[in-house]
Design a binder for this molecule. Structure first.
Ligand code: KIV
Length: 276
C-alpha cells in the first residue's frame, strides 16, 4: 500500500471520505497505528505532557521532536508522518523556521510538519512551503499560546473570535497548507470552516463535520494520568492492565516463581562441575 500523501488527503475530502489521524511518539505504537491503516500520524508536541511529564508543551525542544519523530517515521510505511514544530522553532526568523522544518524531513524521515497559528504565521508558512515542505496548519486552541489564551479553553464562541478563525482558515488555505487542525472550536463553527476551505480540516474537540479526526494516542488507550478533556473518547483502558502486569511481575520475582526453568539457559554439566 502506497504511503498517504497530501494528494490522497485532498482526494479523500473531495470524495467525502473521513480522514483518520492519531499521535505516536515511539516505534512500537507507531507500527501498530500504521498497521491499523490510520492515514496520518502526528508526532505531536503533546509529547511534552504525555511522555515527558511536563505541565504543558512549551518546554519541548527541536531535539526532543527529532528524536521521537525518527523513531515513529522508521516504523511506518503507510501513514503520512507529520512532525509538530515546537514552541519557538518557527517564531524567531523565517530562516530558522525553514531550517527546523527541514530537519523533520531530512533527519527524522517525516513527510510534513505542523505549526500553530493563523494570519500571523502566513509568511512563515509560505517560507517553509517554498522549501517544498508540506505544512499542516493548526488553529483554535493552540496549546503553545496557553499563557496568552489564559488556559486550555474552547475558542471561537463569539462572533468576533469565530470570524477571526474563519479568516485564519481561509488564509492558511490560500497560503497552501495541505490540511488544517481545528482544536477545541464549536461544532457549528468547525462545519462552516470545513465548508469554506479547499483542504481537509482535522478536528480535535471540533465535532463531527470536520473532514477527519485526530486524538492523542495515550488518551485513546487510557495511558495518561492527567486531566482528560471532554472531547476525548477512550477506546481502551490500559492503565489497570499495565498495573496488574507490573504487580504480578513484582510478586513473582519476590516469591521466586519468576524466572521459571523455561526462562533460563542450559550449560553442559561437566563444564559446570569444573567451575565448582
Ligand atoms: O501535539 C499534539 O498532539 C497536537 C494535537 C492535539 C493536534 O497538536
Amino acid at each position: 500500500m502506497a504511503r498517504i500523501s497530501t494528494v490522497s488527503l485532498k482526494e479523500k475530502k473531495q470524495k467525502q471520505e473521513k480522514i483518520t489521524m492519531l499521535t505516536s511518539y515511539d516505534c512500537f505504537t507507531a507500527a501498530m497505528v500504521d498497521e491499523a491503516g490510520i492515514d496520518m500520524i502526528l508526532v505531536g508536541d503533546s509529547l511534552g505532557m504525555v511522555v515527558l511529564g511536563y505541565e504543558n508543551t512549551l518546554a519541548v525542544t527541536m531535539n526532543d521532536m527529532i528524536h521521537h519523530t525518527r523513531a515513529v517515521a522508521g516504523a511506518t510505511s503507510h501513514a503520512m508522518v507529520v512532525g509538530d514544530m515546537p514552541f519557538l522553532s518557527y517564531h524567531v526568523s523565517f530562516k530558522e523556521a525553514v531550517r527546523n522544518a527541514g530537519r523533520f524531513l531530512q533527519e527524522a524521515g517525516a513527510q510534513a510538519v505542523k505549526l500553530e497559528g493563523g494570519t500571523e504565521r502566513i509568511d512563515t508558512i509560505k517560507a517553509i512551503l517554498d522549501a517544498q515542505i508540506p505544512v499542516m496548519g493548526h488553529i483554535g486552541l493552540t496549546p503553545q499560546s496557553v499563557n496568552q489564551l489564559g488556559g486550555f479553553r474552547v475558542q471561537g464562541k463569539d462572533f468576533e473570535t469565530a470570524s477571526k478563525l474563519i479568516e485564519d482558515a481561509k488564509a492558511l488555505d490560500e497560503a497552501g497548507v495541505f490540511a488544517i487542525t481545528l482544536e477545541c472550536v464549536p461544532t457549528g463553527l468547525a462545519r462552516k470552516i470545513t465548508e469554506e476551505v479547499s483542504v481537509p480540516t482535522i478536528g480535535i474537540g471540533a465535532g463531527h463535520y470536520c473532514d477527519g479526526q485526530v486524538l492523542v494516542i495515550n488518551d485513546v488507550l487510557g495511558m495518561f494520568k492527567g486531566h482528560t478533556p471532554k472531547f476525548v473518547k477512550q477506546y481502551a483502558n490500559l492503565q489497570p492492565v499495565i498495573m496488574e502486569a507490573i504487580k504480578s511481575y513484582k510478586k513473582e520475582v519476590e516469591e521466586g516463581t519468576f524466572p521459571g526453568k523455561e526462562h533460563g539457559f542450559s550449560i553442559n554439566e561437566e563444564v559446570l562441575e569444573k567451575l565448582y
